[in-house]
Ligand binder design. Structure first.
Ligand SMILES: Cc1cc2nc3c(=O)[nH]c(=O)nc-3n(C[C@H](O)[C@H](O)[C@H](O)COP(=O)(O)OP(=O)(O)OC[C@H]3O[C@@H](n4cnc5c(N)ncnc54)[C@H](O)[C@@H]3O)c2cc1C
Length: 451
């Protein structure tokens, strides 16, 4: 049997590796259009800033390790340009030789990921950050040209993490433009305060009309009320599924994201898809959405591989997502899970929210930064009628506090109510939390507000 995987990052390699565990003799081929496989895109901002010293440290597996230890054949610089699902053939362009050829498969796994939304203009000082070559380019151009000013368009987690990277590279005058600072609630104030502490100019609720080229070294960002002249612009305004090669084929997609079931099956026999190019079922929103993040990509890739390896028998399905994510803004660590107040209201819930600020660790013990009495925030979102938890947000001066978002994610998975959260036996030690854990403080407060 022969498996072809399109895309050699977490989802694709998880699929190929899962098949290899069961079938030592199958032909496993991964076509990857880029120069690298198996790298942590999530670490790119830290490679740019220098926290991660070399790009090699981002890579988990290389093509030679994959060949030698798993007998998986990885073809770099090979772009799949079309698929004939009836004949079970992929057409591949060898980008080095500029020659195309066809290859047949018994099973196909599509893990082509996502790609950044782009502006119409091109300019040497206009950046996107998605791949290692993007990171290399940003790092070398910013260092070589010694930029002093830059504008980041897009205030999602990538924009927020990159603003820190540019600051670490020595850019002093930075402006961040976006609709909001990720959260829709008062949790936003913590991000705003952190950015202001770092002298980042923040422009919210204003959409960028366009970007103009002034000359080879300058760009102008035009907003409704003002124009900003700058040396470079980074655009991170979201991503779209990288699935244009399937347009016009029988593969079912929704706004470009491939529709899969809980076993990562597409609508075509023997064709699976996983990771940033698919929709996932959101267990709180109760619908399929496009929310591309690494943990789901790894799990889904493995499930696709297990399904193929076992001919669909005894495989645990993908349980869906609850929308958990973490990000970092300079010295602030943030997380969220579930849904927001606004999303809950759209679903017809009578939504209550409780917001608290409390010590991250015991008041007499220094936190990771050596500071005493630093506060973290917790927001709980719940249904006023059933008391069911719907979502949560955390901001914290360290990773310890922010990672508590996983307790809320677990509570969502277990469909807990506020009173269930109150009863949790959470651990205590002065270096980790106050004796009343911040989540319990929030749950107690929510209970009072519900009475
Ligand atoms: C800067 C940055 C920071 C991030 N931080 C986080 C984070 O902190 N937490 C988190 O959960 N997620 C984060 N993510 C998202 C995370 O990286 C993705 O969810 C994850 O990489 C998805 O894996 P994937 O295998 O589905 O897709 P990808 O990693 O995008 O891999 C798809 C691969 O397919 C290849 N490909 C595409 N089309 C073809 C074709 N036609 N032929 C051959 N090859 C093709 C691409 O070159 C690519 O290598 C971050 C992403 C970026 C860019």
């Amino acid at each position: 049997m022969k498996l072809i995987v399109i895309g050699g990052n977490p989802a694709g390699l998880s699929a190929a590796s899962a098949v290899r565990k069961t079938h030592p003799d199958w032909d496993l081929i991964v076509y990857e259009m880029g120069e690298y496989v198996s790298y942590g895109s999530c670490g790119l901002p830290y490679y740019i800033s220098g926290v991660v010293e070399s790009r090699d440290k981002l890579m988990t597996l290389t093509p030679s390790i994959l060949q030698n230890t798993r007998n998986i054949s990885v073809k770099l610089f090979h772009k799949v340009i079309s698929v004939d699902f009836t004949k079970k053939l992929v057409k591949v362009l060898d980008l080095k030789k500029n020659k195309d050829f066809e290859d047949n498969y018994d099973y196909l796994v599509i893990t082509t990921g996502a790609e950044p939304k782009r502006m119409v203009i091109e300019h040497p000082n206009l950046f996107y950050i998605h791949t290692i070559p993007d990171a290399d380019r940003i790092k070398s151009v910013v260092k070589e040209k010694k930029f002093k000013s830059g504008v980041l368009i897009g205030s999602g987690y990538i924009g927020l993490e990159m603003v820190e990277a540019y600051k670490d590279l020595g850019v002093e005058d930075l402006t961040l433009i976006g609709p909001r600072l990720i959260y829709t609630s008062e949790s936003q104030d913590f991000i705003r305060a952190e950015l202001e502490k770092q002298n980042i100019r923040i422009i919210l609720s204003q959409y960028v009309k366009n970007i103009e080229k002034i000359d080879e070294e300058h760009l102008k960002v035009n907003l409704k009320d003002e124009s900003i002249t700058t040396e470079f612009v980074q655009v991170s305004i979201g991503v779209v599924p990288n699935t244009s090669i399937f347009e016009g084929t029988p593969l079912e997609m929704e706004k470009g994201a491939i529709i899969v079931d809980e076993f990562m099956r597409t609508n075509i026999d023997n064709v699976y898809a996983a990771g940033d190019c698919v929709v996932s079922f959101h267990n709180i929103l109760k619908k399929k959405i496009f929310l591309p993040l690494a943990p789901a990509a790894n799990k889904q890739g493995r499930i696709a591989g297990q399904m193929i390896a076992s001919d669909g028998k005894n495989v645990d399905s993908f349980p869906g997502i609850v929308g958990t994510s973490l990000w970092k803004v300079f010295d602030l660590y943030c997380g969220r899970t579930g849904i927001t107040k606004e999303q809950g209201e759209q679903m017809g819930y009578e939504v209550g929210t409780t917001f608290i600020k409390t010590n991250e660790v015991a008041h007499y013990y220094p936190n990771i930064s050596g500071n005493f009495g630093e506060k973290m925030s917790v927001l709980l979102v719940y249904d006023v009628n059933s008391h069911k938890l719907l979502g949560g947000e955390i901001t914290s001066p360290s990773q310890i506090g922010a990672k508590k978002i996983d307790v809320l994610a677990t509570a969502l998975a277990a469909e807990m109510k506020i009173e269930d959260l109150q009863k949790l036996d959470l651990g205590y030690q002065p270096a980790f939390s106050p004796v009343w854990d911040p989540l319990l403080v929030a749950a107690n407060q929510a209970r009072k507000e519900l009475k």
